[in-house]
Each structure stands twice: as C-alpha cells, then as structure tokens.
Design a protein around this ligand. Sequence first.
Ligand code: ADP
Length: 483
Amino acid sequence: MKLKDATLFRQAALVGGEWIEADPSNAIKVDNPATGEIIGLVPNLGAAETKKAIAAAEATQKEWAARTAKERSGILRRWFELMMENQDDLGRILTAEQGKPLAEAKGEIAYGASFIEWFAEEARRVYGDIIPGHQKDKRILVMKQPIGVVAAITPWNFPNAMITRKAGPAFAAGCAMVLKPASQTPFSAIAIAILAERAGLPKGLFSVITGSARAIGGEMTASPIVRKLTFTGSTEVGAELYKQSAPTIKKLGLELGGNAPFIVFDDADLDAAVEGALIAKFRNNGQTCVCANRLYVQDGVYDAFAEKLAKAVGTLKTGNGFDEGINLGPLIDEAALAKVEEHVADAVSKGGRVISGGHRHQLGGRFYEATVLADVTPAMAVAKEETFGPVAPLFRFKDEADVIVQANDTEFGLASYFYAKDLARVFRVAEALEYGMVGVNTGLISTAEAPFGGVKLSGLGREGSRYGIEEFTEIKYVCLGGV
Ligand code: ADP
C-alpha cells in the first residue's frame, strides 16, 4: 500500500495514551478481502488493557469536560481538517482492509470526517433550560453534563464513519472514549487515533483496543466506570451487550441490523427509482445496515422496473477496489459469501428467477456478481433475513395497504424507502412505515445533519444531528430555592 504519509499505517493499539506495537507471536492478522493477502498485524489485547484504558479515560475526562466548549470544538475542528488533508491515505488504508472501491472509500472518509466537523460545531450549542418554578421562591434549572467514560464497539462495513459518528459527539459533549474496532478493519481506527493525537486530543482521552471481542466487550460492560456503551453491529451481539450492561445500568446506544423495504408505487418516476435502488441496494456491495433488502414493486410497473434495474445492474463492474472504474468490491469474508449464495439458491429453489448475475464472480475469491431476482415471494429467506450482499429481490404487490403490511412484517425497523408522487400517499406511507428512517424518492439518507437510528430490533438511540449529542449527556435538575 503506497501512502503519502506512511506513519498513518501503524500496526499498534493505543491504550491509555501509550502505543502497544503488535507482537507477531500474539497478534491478529488483517487481510485484504479482495486478494486474501495479509496486510498487517494488530495486537491481540484483552481485559487487562481495557481496564487500563478505562482508568486513563476516567482520569482525563474531567479535565477535558472542564475546558470551554470552544476549546473542545477547536480540537475537533483540527481533527476534521487532518482527516480531509489525509483523505487519500485514509481511503487507501480503508480499501486495503475493507475492499470497497477507492472512490467509495474516500467518500466514506469525507462522510466520516463530516461527523467530526458537525459535532465540533454542536459542541458549543449544548444548551440547558430555566423552567418557571412551582413555588414563588423557586427556580428550576436544567443543565446538560457529559455522561463520562464511554465505551464503543464498531463494525467492519464503515471502518471510519461508524467510529466518527460516535467519537464526534462523545468528545464534543466532554466525554472520554475507549473503542474496540472490528478485527477485520482496525487500521482505519488506528489512523484516526493518530490524527486525533496530532489534533491535540489529550493523552488517554481516546483509546483504540484491538483484540478479543469477548474479553474487551466483557470488561467494557462490567466496568462501573463506563457510563455508556455505544455499539454498531448485529442484533445478536447487541442483545448480548444489552444483557451484560444490565448490572451496571449503563446508558446504551445500539445501531443494529435492518431489513429495509424499498417500495416502488405505480406513480413513481421509474428511472429515479432505478437510480435510487442502485444506491440503496448496491452501495458498499450491499453490506450496509440501511441497504434495501426487499424491493416491492407494484403490479403495473413491475415488469418495466425489473427490466430497467436488471439492465442498470448489468453495467456495474465488480473487482479489486484499487482498480479503475470498479463499482463493487468483494464481500468481507467467506461466511458473507456463503450467505449470499444460500439466499440466491433458496430463492431459485422456490421459484425465483435470476434476471441478472446469480453466481460467484469469475474473479473467484470473495467476489459475487451483482444480482437481481424476480418473482420473489414471502416464503423465501430473502424476505426475512438481511442478505448483506449484492442481491436485489423483487416482490410484486397489488395495493398500498397490502405492501405496508408486508413492509412492516419484520422484527427490524431501521431504514425504509419508497418512490411515489401522489402527495397524500407520500404522507400516508411515510407515517405508516414502522421504521426509524424513511427515504422518499431517494436512496441515500445518511448524513451528519440527520438523526440516524432504528426501532424494534434495530436498536436504541440516534446518531448524528443535534439529537446525537444529547445521547452523550445527562440531564441535571437544580432546584434553586429562596429566590
Ligand atoms: P457484524 O455482523 O457487523 O460483523 P458483529 O455484531 O458480529 O457484527 O460485530 C460488530 C462488532 O462487535 C465487532 O467489533 C465485533 O468484534 C464485536 N463483537 C462481536 N461479538 C462480541 C461480543 N460477544 N462482545 C463484544 N463485542 C463483540
């Protein structure tokens, strides 16, 4: 991997302000999913290092919180600028460990950095309230204070942005953070930490611990010092962490799985819907929790939409993310590839029709063809489970009431999308979808300005927007008597 600043690729973890280099006899190997080649090692750490990081976070957090909001804001702003100045290198590190095309990886760096920029601004706007008192001589003050030490656990699909949208609001609010990045993609996290040091974040405020998920997560959840756990990943692991956090009554932020419906009504602009479907379904090779998982198309436009989508998908180029003109990279690992294969085989065995792709890619390895399936029914696995890969299953529906029932028939509730023009329908459907987020006539909804999050098994809390910083504060009520 050629970098302008080679020091951004570091095979080490940051524990309480001290760097621990990877020891080859006890390290985690990180590979490039496009080639299987080992790109580097990170230390295999556990409970002891987590404890140390939590202690350092506790020691530093009070001093950080005592600074003016403007001072914290300035450091975050500098951190944002450093990320953008190093966008190329950070993008290269990301593609090498995650596989997404370089242009998309650089896009993620800009997106990830935008959370640091946004929360650098929000840091200065954490306002309290003064409420008229309940008695003549009393006044009610409400202040918002940082929650304290925060633990974060993040996934591999957005190795930069899933960290910044937690770290930005946490540091802006005056919290400290101990992070465990996904073992598949630790180098992006480490590079972010190097830039945080350069931006002037105090030593010990931010730790990045690589290693055993069970040991690190166990210590994070057991520790009474950690007041909040913020996690992005599977519902299964989220539920486990929820349980582990119960004895210490931690505040929780959980961004879990989704099973997003994407509905195309008869009155939709079909070309716009195809464009939206390409983004909502195939971004990051289908490996995002807001990816369209079930595409419902109304009877009258089903065949036309299927044809247009299959044609557009046929032009997508799959390959190594470092090559020119690539739209889709590999899947993250063999298990992900196997799941995609299973979902396609299951659909085909139950009457589904492949109208584009449908096989492992001729490149071999972890590559799978961009796929469109027609004649999909609720009996197929794709209807219930998140595929997390480049497969667009097309369901046919007759009327609005029916599609809403189908769209809501899932235990998840993260993102949803629909295309329609009739204004009354737009309101009705937006209100009826049981999801935390609804994209109307758009396939791209994530941005630092908006509250991202889900309902039902998709999680708790919101990230981004002005609501995102509230998640890292506690409300304190002060009753002022004798006034
Ligand atoms: P994904 O399907 O996105 O890989 P996971 O929920 O398995 O989602 O992983 C998301 C993050 O949670 C990763 O950083 C992973 O290492 C971590 N993780 C997995 N299992 C546990 C666990 N038992 N305790 C704490 N963290 C875990």
